[in-house]
Design a binder for this molecule. Structure first.
Ligand SMILES: [Zn+2]
Length: 253
């Protein structure tokens, strides 16, 4: 992991939102990188300042009184109120600016992860609802893998995981994240698992929530591919599935 990959994730890291593997990578990077450690410290200070100060409500009331007195040129307005109110106003302005800065900084990240999670679950549900789950139906990885040739500009890693309780059932092409992707279709008992595969781009992928609309989502990078598993299977078994899948290619078996 380098600085470009670590930097956009520091907020999620600070808030404890990262999956364990990614969290460990960030921790390792920050431990050895002064620039990112300082960026993380700034994040922490800002978060603490917001937590300590943002929810207070006295400032707007004081501002209201002070502004009204100032506009009227009210001679009756207690002179001692102005400095106190002004500090409240500055304080409110600072809190607002800090909130805006945080919101602007996080908005693209949040949007990207929500869009991707929505796309993945939508594609999974659409396939089930329309009955268009597999274009090629086979439990044989040597049939499924070549089927993608000519349909995609990359070759997804395919393995049958029947011996681990996740038999391969087939594959299809689908459209996610504004591109055509491979989908490997597996099954655990009666639960279908869609594994969406496409080449990993530079930089870290957006972190999507682990669940959406009752579906579990798991992510791994395997052999240079982004792999997103989506299923109504429980979280532990879906995690076991992606670990088996990833493990097969990592050990080069
Ligand atoms: Zn760094």
């Amino acid at each position: 992991m380098n600085c470009d990959q670590a930097r956009p994730l520091l907020g999620a890291y600070h808030d404890g939102e990262l999956e364990p593997a990614l969290r460990d990578e960030i921790a390792t990077h920050v431990a050895g990188c002064q620039a990112c450690a300082q960026a993380l410290a700034r994040h922490r200070l800002l978060a603490e300042a917001l937590r300590a100060h943002a929810p207070r409500a006295e400032a707007p009331a004081a501002l209201h009184d002070w502004a009204r007195a100032a506009v009227r040129g009210d001679a009756d307005a207690p002179t001692s109120a102005a400095p106190r109110a002004r500090s409240g106003w500055l304080y409110a302005a600072f809190a607002l600016a800090a909130c805006v800065a945080v919101a602007v900084g996080l908005a693209p990240q949040l949007a990207a992860r929500d869009v991707l999670a929505r796309d993945l679950v939508a594609a999974h549900v659409r396939a089930a609802v329309t009955g268009h789950v597999s274009d090629v139906i086979s439990t044989d990885q040597h049939t499924v893998k070549p089927w993608f040739n000519g349909r995609l500009d990359f070759s997804p890693p395919v393995v049958d995981l029947a011996d681990a309780g996740f038999p391969l059932e087939g594959g299809r092409v689908d459209y996610v994240d504004e591109r055509t992707v491979a989908v490997l279709v597996y099954r655990r008992n009666r639960h279908p698992i869609d594994l969406f595969v496409w080449p990993a781009r530079r930089g870290a992928p957006p972190l999507v929530p682990a669940t959406r609309d009752g579906y579990q989502i798991e992510h791994r990078v395997v052999a240079g591919m982004q792999c997103w598993a989506v299923s109504d299977l429980n979280a532990a078994e879906l995690r076991e599935f992606v670990e088996r899948y990833a493990g097969h290619f990592q050990t080069g078996r």
